[in-house]
Design a protein around this ligand. Structure first.
Ligand code: SF4
Length: 327
């Protein structure tokens, strides 16, 4: 049976004044129905452009995309804008990082939410759409939906605006929710509430979630499976338990060592160096300029090694039976 979402060998190049920026370098991933999957990596690794490509939001003249993005059996790449109307916002929806930047400040919440509901085709009348909106807001623990619907976004706190965004994303009962660092632009408590609500509501609705984050703590709490992304490539994938127990890629290990420990068990170790400039990305393993284990073979594309139970890693070390143990 086909996956809910299947991305195969996706490449993305931006034509910039500085040259050609190869931001996605052949990524492949899949999401099954009802599954919670995370993509984790530093800022600038290509996570956000991946979700924008899934939603067809990068159809610009200076962006070239190759590969395949299939939703059920439908190829999304190259789909005409009119065909997107039955998918974007209804079958696939998105929760953005900053609700204040995503909601239109010049329209009341009611106008924006009811428009989404009408597009999803769930309401036969304006009254019905209003009732669906109120029910959706109550589900995210908003006790006075009439007041919120009559407000402009700038009259809401960050936490309330985030709940409105979650309602908009879930009100049409999508099969897949894309969540790009939800709530991370707000304080930690709001981020925690956002993730908890997303978890509960998507589980109840049987929706799958693709969560984008740089926070491994969030991955552990929220996801079932995880893809580690570095410089536009997937370097490791595994179920969450396996990834935290047996990280195999030097970059994954470096990410884990960079997390502060509340137990006081040693200071976090920042990752040396920076994500490369994509107009001059390193050949072979893109992590090799920062990797303590790099060798000559790393200047060629590393093999993808299957370690069992869906745990895959793109690195020369496991291919030789070696483990990336830090010194
Ligand atoms: Fe390091 Fe080489 Fe593995 Fe890349 S392929 S992570 S450079 S050891």
């Amino acid at each position: 049976m086909a996956s809910l979402l299947e991305i195969r060998d996706l490449h993305m190049r931006f034509s910039l004044f500085e040259g050609l920026s190869h931001v996605l370098n052949g990524i492949s991933l899949s999401i099954e129905k009802g599954e919670r999957v995370a993509i984790v990596g530093e800022s600038g690794c290509g996570k956000s452009v991946t979700v924008r490509a899934i939603l067809g939001l990068l159809q610009q003249r200076n962006v070239a995309i190759e590969g395949s993005i299939r939703f059920h059996e439908t190829e999304l790449l190259g789909m005409a804008e009119r065909e997107w109307r039955g998918i974007r916002g209804s079958r696939i929806s998105m929760i953005f990082q900053d609700p204040m930047a995503s909601l239109n400040p010049t329209f009341k919440v009611r106008d924006q939410l009811l428009k989404v509901i009408r597009r999803g085709g769930r309401a036969g009348s304006a009254r019905e759409a209003y009732e669906i909106a109120c029910a959706g807001l109550r589900r995210v623990a908003i006790v006075d939906p009439d007041r919120i619907l009559a407000a402009y976004p700038f009259q809401l706190s960050g936490g309330l605006a985030q709940r409105v965004m979650i309602t908009m994303a879930l009100v049409n009962r999508p099969e897949l929710v894309l969540a790009d660092e939800p709530g991370s632009a707000l304080d930690v408590t709001v981020q925690e509430q956002t993730l908890r609500l997303m978890h509960e509501l998507t589980q109840d609705a049987g929706a799958a979630v693709l969560l984008i984050t740089h926070n491994l703590g969030v991955v552990r709490e929220f996801a079932q499976r995880v893809y580690v992304m570095y410089a536009g490539t997937i370097v490791e994938e595994a179920d969450v338990e396996t990834l935290f127990r047996e990280p195999a890629h030097p970059y994954t290990r470096a990410l884990l060592e960079a997390v502060p420990k509340l137990t006081g068990a040693g200071l976090p170790r920042p990752i040396e160096g920076m994500v490369p400039d994509y107009t001059a990305a390193p050949s072979g393993c893109r992590f090799h300029p920062r990797c303590a284990f790099a060798e000559d073979a790393c200047s060629s594309a590393p093999p993808v090694v299957e370690l069992g139970s869906g745990h895959r890693v793109a690195c020369v070390l496991p291919a030789k039976g070696r483990v990336a143990v830090p010194t």
